[in-house]
Design a protein around this ligand. Structure first.
Ligand code: CA2
Length: 149
């Protein structure tokens, strides 16, 4: 019997706009659509996800601090903070929890400033370029990692 794993899912700045603008880059799914799919996948996998989106770096960091004792892993799309935030990196490192980084777009096909991530080298895995499926693949990978599969 597998334990119910709790995963914090963090969505960074501007991801609340998904489905409303720039569909050629980010697709037409809304953040609510992605969150529902993650909740469904978690339920099928005997896990639970807590979704949180913020446009503020500090709020994302506070959420990590507040929940770190009750979760087993973190799935995150840091959005633009991927390329800028030492503070988010430090907060993740301070948890000792496994982290999976996901992106909707293939950041390596885009501007060079998107090629560097402050998170990737401390993540157990990174998935980018598959649209909303990046999140589902990331959750699956994180759960398998936690279960030692
Ligand atoms: O591809 C991704 O998932 C990104 O994390 C998205 C970030 C971007 O800064 C990263 O380089 C790659 C941007 C999120 C902004 O999302 C929007 C959605 C709709 C309309 C405008 C922005």
């Amino acid at each position: 019997m597998s334990t119910c794993l709790k995963i914090l899912v963090l969505h960074g700045p501007n991801l609340n706009l998904l489905g409303t603008r720039e569909p050629e880059i980010y697709g037409t799914a809304t953040l609510a659509d992605i969150e529902i799919h993650l909740i469904e996948l978690a339920a099928q996998s005997e896990a639970e996800v807590m979704n949180f989106q913020s446009n503020c770096e500090g709020e994302l960091i506070d959420k990590i601090h507040e929940t770190k004792e009750e979760i087993q892993g973190i799935l995150l799309n840091p959005a633009a903070l991927t390329h800028t935030s030492v503070a988010l990196r430090d907060a993740l490192m301070a948890t000792d929890l496994p982290v999976v980084e996901v992106h909707l777009s293939n950041t390596y096909q885009r501007e060079t400033f998107r090629h560097h991530s402050f998170i990737s080298d401390i993540a157990v895995g990174v998935i980018c370029g598959f649209g909303p499926s990046s999140y589902l693949l990331g959750l699956q990978g994180l759960l398998e990692y936690l279960r030692g599969e």
